[in-house]
Design a protein around this ligand. Structure first.
Ligand code: HPA
Length: 270
């Protein structure tokens, strides 16, 4: 059972789960006394099951604060259904994880952004045409209809802005637009998303944020702008470029993440 595995290792259920985006897997090197389990082992999923996620859960400590880190996530462009999209995150919510820090690699649509920038997600626009809560509602976790007034926790946003200021880490702010993929956007689509108010575009995050909010988790979202989106730069988009820029932002992102986890764990009544 997931709960037993986590408590065996950490002695408690950590408050916070971090999901790592493309190119920043090396963040797990920050964890001390780390144990890594494949999702397959963790959930006793046999290799034929359609839910067979490729990826690892890392259990460890950041400055002696117990933490869970997901390396590998499901994307709708892989062809997963809504059940499969919900499975991992709802499993963590069900055992009592309270906070989600979600990170991603994405394209910058705001012309004041540059590749390598980190953007605090202030809100999102779901352009995937999908919602992971479609289907039977898990009443134990949350209500059928989920309020989305402030999916990205206001207090968390204030804390991370303060940390960025104090640590001298530049932090952009903006609206994340989710796109189904796996093809990148066209120039016309980017023009349209910019007119809608989008600042960055990517193929993940929004489903997880919806699942987390349904379960009452508090969410912090950070994007790495790995490239300028289609039509805003001369270059064609390449996944290698995405991974490389992710790596370049890792050090700055790690400063923010480590300090954030420390602050929310020391912050009484938060
Ligand atoms: N578009 C969509 N997803 C992405 C991009 C992009 O430009 N860059 C990294 N992920």
């Amino acid at each position: 059972m997931l709960q037993d595995i986590i408590i065996d290792k950490l002695g408690t259920i950590p408050d916070t789960l971090i999901i790592l985006g493309s190119g920043i897997n090396d963040f797990v090197k920050q964890l001390t006394d780390k144990e890594s389990l494949s999702y397959k082992a963790l959930f006793d999923i046999d290799s034929d099951a359609s839910i067979g996620h490729a990826g690892y859960l890392h259990l460890g400590y950041l400055h002696s604060i117990p933490i869970l880190v997901m390396e590998g996530r499901k994307h709708y462009y892989e062809g997963v259904n809504d059940d499969e999209m919900r499975f991992l995150l709802q499993s963590f919510a069900a055992v009592g994880v309270k906070n989600l820090i979600v990170t991603n690699a994405c394209g910058g649509m705001n012309e004041s952004f540059q590749p390598g920038d980190i953007m605090l997600i202030e809100d999102h626009i779901n352009m995937m045409g999908r919602n992971p809560l479609v289907g039977r509602n898990n009443d134990q976790l949350g209500e059928r209809f989920v309020d989305m007034t402030e999916p990205y926790d206001i207090e968390f946003r204030e804390i991370i802005k303060d940390i960025a200021y104090q640590e001298d880490v530049p932090l952009q702010k903006g609206i994340y637009v989710s796109y189904l993929g796996p093809s990148y956007e066209t120039k016309a689509e980017i023009r349209a998303f910019r007119m809608l108010g989008g600042d960055a575009v990517g193929m993940s995050t929004v489903p997880e944020v919806i699942i987390a909010r349904h379960a009452g988790m508090r969410v912090l979202g950070l994007s790495i702008i790995t490239n300028m989106s289609t039509g805003l730069s001369q270059n064609k988009l390449s996944h290698n470029e995405v991974l490389e820029m992710g790596r370049q932002a890792l050090e700055r992102l790690s400063i923010l993440l480590v300090e954030f986890v420390e602050r929310i764990s020391n912050h009484e009544g938060l």
